[in-house]
Write a protein that binds this ligand. Structure first.
Ligand SMILES: Nc1ncnc2c1ncn2[C@@H]1O[C@H](COP(=O)(O)OP(=O)(O)OP(=O)(O)O)[C@@H](O)[C@H]1O
Ligand SMILES: [Mg+2]
Length: 289
């Protein structure tokens, strides 16, 4: 995917500084020289992230900078730590007793592991969609409104639910059955419902862990189109096993390899057409993994 290399001026429509969910440090607005039009600001930055599960190290010294309002793909063989890395970003690893995270993970310059960061507030800013669609056994409406209630989001919930379903490209299919159970939808519809649920609280970053791997090709293609649309407004970080999918939908690609190492991180085109590392070339050409 190619994109104009200027920052969208309406990236301020969801002004993060208006939210006091995470206190902003003086250095948080890094690089904002008004005369410069940077390629894309960094929104998420990992510096020397190491993760262990008990004594087993799952990620080794990961450093990378994710650009705002772009799609960043994470690829690599099973067990190389992609999901672990994704969970570092919204502190979902906090919920795993065995997990220990070291290093710095910043959202707009603020380390999300600082003591003054509330993980629940963080997860409002960094939403997540999982591999297996996981709607709650509730109505379609309540599934989308759930995050609004949990997070005490103010405003007209009916309007937000409608808007979120529209953005998730599901509204037309469900607008006459909002009171019916989300579990009665097809797998692809359920996943779009989960995406609507994730975007309803208006996050800045959406993490997706293999969101289409349980879906058929038609549903997959809808999700891919949707991801492309979402990146107009949000930053999307997606784990996928599907190399073609990463090449089709992402601007940046991070390649993790066994042992929890980040071996390459670059523009997607570069990674797929001319990778620096032989190990990455072997991986993407299917020689292993
Ligand atoms: N909850 C956990 N407890 C203990 N070890 C874990 C846990 N979750 C992951 N691991 C281990 O950490 C390593 C990285 O796992 P992770 O799930 O992040 O890999 P992945 O790249 O997402 O793999 P996959 O492509 O199969 O989803 C693996 O060795 C895994 O066994
Ligand atoms: Mg995984």
């Amino acid at each position: 995917m190619t994109r104009e290399s200027t920052t969208d001026s309406d990236s301020t429509t969801t002004d993060p500084t208006s939210e006091s969910l995470i206190e902003t440090s003086p250095s948080a607005g890094l690089d904002d020289d008004p005369d410069e039009t940077p390629v894309a600001d960094t929104i998420v930055e990992a510096k020397n992230i190491n993760v262990w599960y008990n004594d087993d190290q799952a990620l080794q010294d990961i450093s990378l900078a994710v650009p705002e309002q772009r799609v960043t793909a994470m690829i690599g063989p099973s067990g190389c730590g992609k999901s672990t890395f994704l969970r570092c970003i919204n502190r979902m690893n906090d919920l795993i007793d065995a997990a220990r995270v070291e290093g710095k993970l910043s959202l707009r310059g603020k380390n999300v592991y600082d003591d003054d960061v509330d993980p629940v507030a963080l997860r409002r800013r960094v939403g997540m969609v999982f591999q297996k669609p996981n709607p709650f056994p509730k109505s379609i409406y309540d599934n989308v409104a759930y995050g609004l209630e949990i997070q005490d989001v103010e405003g007209d919930h009916d309007a937000i639910v409608e808007e979120s379903l529209k953005r998730a490209a599901l509204w037309d299919e469900v607008k006459d059955q909002l009171d019916e159970s989300g579990l009665n939808l097809s797998g692809g519809q359920q996943q779009r419902l989960c995406i609507a649920r994730a975007i309803a609280p208006d996050p800045e970053v959406i993490l997706m862990d293999e969101p289409a791997s349980a879906l058929d090709p038609v549903a997959t293609s809808k999700i891919e189109d949707l991801i492309d649309d979402l990146a107009e407004e949000y930053t999307v970080i997606i784990v996928t096993h599907n190399m073609q999918q990463a090449a089709r939908i992402s601007d940046k690609t991070a390649v993790f390899l066994t042992g929890g190492e980040l071996v390459e991180f670059d523009d997607t085109e570069k990674v797929f057409q001319n990778p620096e590392s032989d190990r990455v070339e072997d991986y993407i050409t299917g020689k292993f993994g």
